[in-house]
Ligand binder design. Sequence first.
Ligand code: G3H
Ligand code: 13P
Ligand code: ZN
Length: 342
Amino acid sequence: MPLVAMRQLLDEAAKGGYGVGAFNVNNMEQIQAIMEAARETQSPVVIQASRGARAYSQDRFLYHLMIAATEVYPEIPVVLHLDHGNSPATCKSAIDMGFTSVMMDGSLMEDGKTPSSYEHNVAVTREVVAAAHAKGVTVEAEIGCLGGIEDGHGAGGSGMEHLTDPAQAEQFVKDTNCDALAIAIGTSHGAYKFTKKPDGSVLKMDVLIEIHKRLPKTHLVMHGSSSVPKDLQDIINQYGGKLKQTWGVPIEEIQLGIRNGVRKINVDTDNRLAITGAIRKVFMETPEKFDPRDYLKPAREAMKKVVMQRMVEFGQAGHAKDFTPIPLAEMAAMYKKELATA
Ligand code: G3H
Ligand code: 13P
Ligand code: ZN
C-alpha cells in the first residue's frame, strides 16, 4: 500500500483507544527494524525524520527507502512524518518530497531553539495547514516547549520552563485547525530527562488530562517519550560506554496519557541506546571483526526488540489490518469539505 496520511492512523487509534509509536530514523537499518517489528506485531506505524535525519540520509535516499518499505511490507500502514519542522519552507519541501505528514513546530523560532510568541506559532502553523491540507497531508503542531537537546531541536533546560497552558492549547487548535497537537508536560528530548523516577512534580500528567478535557477530539502527541530503560543504559556502560544514570518516561505514564487523548508517542532515544549497546558489545567481545554486518545486524535486532515492545505497550499491535488506506487526494477533498462547512 502507498504511504498513508497520519490523520487516518490517529483517527483509527482514537476509535480503538490506543496509541501509535512514532519512531525516528536516519538510515536503512532503522527503517528495517521498525518495519520488521510492525510486521511481527501487525501494527500500523509512524516513521519520522528530523531535519538532521533528512540532511544525514539525504531526502531522495530516505524517500526511496520508505517506498521500499511499502513494497516489502505491503500489509503495514506506514506514515512518513517530518519531525520538528522549523519553518513553513521546511514543511513544504517535505510535502513536495512525499512526506504524508509534517510537524510545524512553531513553538520555537526558525533556529529551533528560541521560544516563539503565540502569534508567530499561529501564523506559521496556519500557513502549513493550508499548504498541507490542500494535498491531503496531515499537520502536527506544538504549543509549549520541550526541554533538552543542545545540538538538535529543542529549547534546552529541564522541560519545566515552558509547559503548555491548557487554555492556550484550546485556543491554538481553534486558531490553526491542526490535526494533532504536541504538548509540553515536563518531558525533554534525549537520555537525560529526569534525575529519578519522575513523579507529578516533574511529569505533569495533570496538565495533559486538563488539555484532553478541553480538547477531547484533538489527537495529542507526547514528545520526549523514551523510557530510557536501565537495562539499555547498563549494556552501554558494561561495554565501555559512559552514561550517567538517568530516568525516562515510565510506560505506565504513557499508558495513562493514551487513556487521555494521546495518540502519537515519539521515541528516538531508546532505539539509539539499543543500537549503541549492541554495537559496543560486538566491538568489545570480538575486536577482530570488521565487517559492518557483524555489528549492524545485532544493532537492527536490538532496535526491533525495543520497537516491538513499545508497539505492544502502546496498544497499536494487532491493528494493521483494521482499515483501508484513504488516498491523499481523498483526504484533501475531506479537508476542503470540512472548511466549507466550518
Ligand atoms: O527531536 C528529536 C529527535 O530525537 C531527533 O533528533 O534532531 O538529532 O535527529 P535529531
Ligand atoms: P526521545 O528523545 O525521548 O526519544 O524523544 C524523541 C522525540 O520526541 C522526537 O521528536
Ligand atoms: Zn520531539
